[in-house]
Design a binder for this molecule. Sequence first.
Ligand code: GDP
Ligand code: MG
Length: 184
Amino acid sequence: MAPVRHRKVLILGYRAVGKTSLAHQFVEGKFVECYEPTVESTYNKVVVVGKDEFQLQLVDTAGQDEYSILPHSFVIGIHGYVLVYSVTSLRSFQVVKTLHTKLYESRGRTRMPVVLVGNKADLALQSREVRTDEGKKLAESWGAVFLESSAKENQVTQGIFLRIIEEIARVDNSYGGSASCRLM
Ligand code: GDP
Ligand code: MG
């Protein structure tokens, strides 16, 4: 059997968009209603994608805004990013845009595996501020995966973390290809 591979993924986004709730749903399978602005915490879970087994290390960050300076620890040793906004908050959508730009610059403008998540989809009927096609368009412009989710109703929450592992593999492979071309 193939060796277990290690993947380190960061969950980023404005406060109260549901970063911790998504991580909890994924790791523990439950939704916590009360809001606790998180200090950073790390979860570990073994994830099976196809025939491969991954040790996923998920870092739930405390939340950022447009003015946050991203520490080196957000770049070095990080395989992929889950960027979360809330479909009920236009501001949180602006924040993921600035975060992506900053990460892209910090990583030397190389392709990076990203899943863009519009969370709180269960509240969309009453209080949507970001349309689905706006999220989709933004993700397309980055070459990223786009998903709308609900941590509350446990919709798509597992899918987010499977997709980021697949994206990491996809981006790695496309690099492998171009590197061998350069050698010739
Ligand atoms: P974080 O600051 O991004 O980690 O956000 P939290 O996960 O702590 O969630 C902030 C608040 O939004 C909490 O009161 C959650 O219960 C609530 N929340 C998170 N995800 C959802 C969701 O998908 N739907 C609804 N209705 N509420 C959510
Ligand atoms: Mg949190």
